[in-house]
Design a protein around this ligand. Structure first.
Ligand code: SAH
Length: 234
């Protein structure tokens, strides 16, 4: 499944993800079509596999972005708030932002300053004056910080985690609104990792479902990444 959706164009890639039934929600399909991956995935943007961003970080494969967006789709409405932990390339921040406009808010948290600065530049290159306005109004924020504790004190309609952790700490679960959802890879690197979907209902009850096996980079220390490279892939 991982590679079969590759295409020569962004639209072709998104169409293939829909034909493979990974995408089905028209709003998600439209937002992915409106966000050309070539701005965020420097090389081979329409291949359905992860690509290096430098520093040992990767932009996730298009089919993983598609799964995450479909999982969180019920929460991605105009006015919603979204937290993207380990936002890397900034691709999902841009797609989330299109889905929660007008009035929504997207915070990407990425601990590598070089990557985060590049993500903001890439967002501006993609969306021009619209991006600048959203950044100015703090409706899109690229925050350089350790994301392991999320944004304590805030709550979100949707939380996406782009790197794997051994257990999801209580402080992160508390940040899921009621109702709200979280899409998170769980497991140590080099061991089994699975995507978990946490759903909090309107009464505040939290349930969790294990979806499928994955291989994500770790939600870890800055040093782990700097030890794997010091150059941004552009
Ligand atoms: N969704 C992103 C995934 C990038 S890979 C994309 O598709 O572009 C995972 C990212 O998590 C990396 O950029 C890595 O630097 C970041 N990361 C890892 N540990 C982190 C931490 N403790 N806090 C914040 N970001 C972290």
């Amino acid at each position: 499944m991982a590679w079969r959706c590759s295409a020569p164009t962004n639209a072709g890639l998104v169409d293939n993800l829909a034909t493979a039934n990974i995408l089905s929600t028209p709003r998600i399909i439209a937002a992915m079509k409106a966000t050309d991956r070539s701005h965020y995935s420097p090389r081979r943007p329409y291949d359905d596999c992860p690509q290096s961003l430098g520093f040992g970080a990767t932009i996730s494969a298009p089919h993983m972005h598609a799964h995450a967006l479909e999982s969180l789709a019920p929460m991605l409405r105009p006015g919603a708030s979204v937290l993207d932990i380990g936002s890397g390339s900034g691709y999902l921040v841009s797609v989330f932002s299109k889905l929660v406009r007008p009035g929504g808010k997207v915070i990407g948290v990425e601990h590598l300053k070089e990557l985060n600065d590049a993500a903001e530049r890439r967002f501006i290159a993609e969306e021009g004056s619209v991006a600048k306005e959203l950044l100015q109004k703090n409706e899109v924020i690229f925050k350089t910080a350790d994301g392991r504790r999320g944004c304590p004190g805030e709550k979100f309609d949707a939380i996406h985690v782009g790197a794997s952790m051994p257990v999801v700490p209580e402080v992160l679960l508390e940040q899921i609104k009621s109702p709200g959802k979280m899409f998170v890879p769980v497991g140590d690197v080099n061991e089994d990792q699975y995507i978990y979907e946490y759903t909090r209902d309107a009464e505040g009850h939290l349930t969790r479902e294990r979806l499928f096996g994955v291989a994500y980079v770790p939600l870890g220390d800055v040093d782990y990444y700097y030890a794997r490279g010091r150059r941004l892939v552009e």
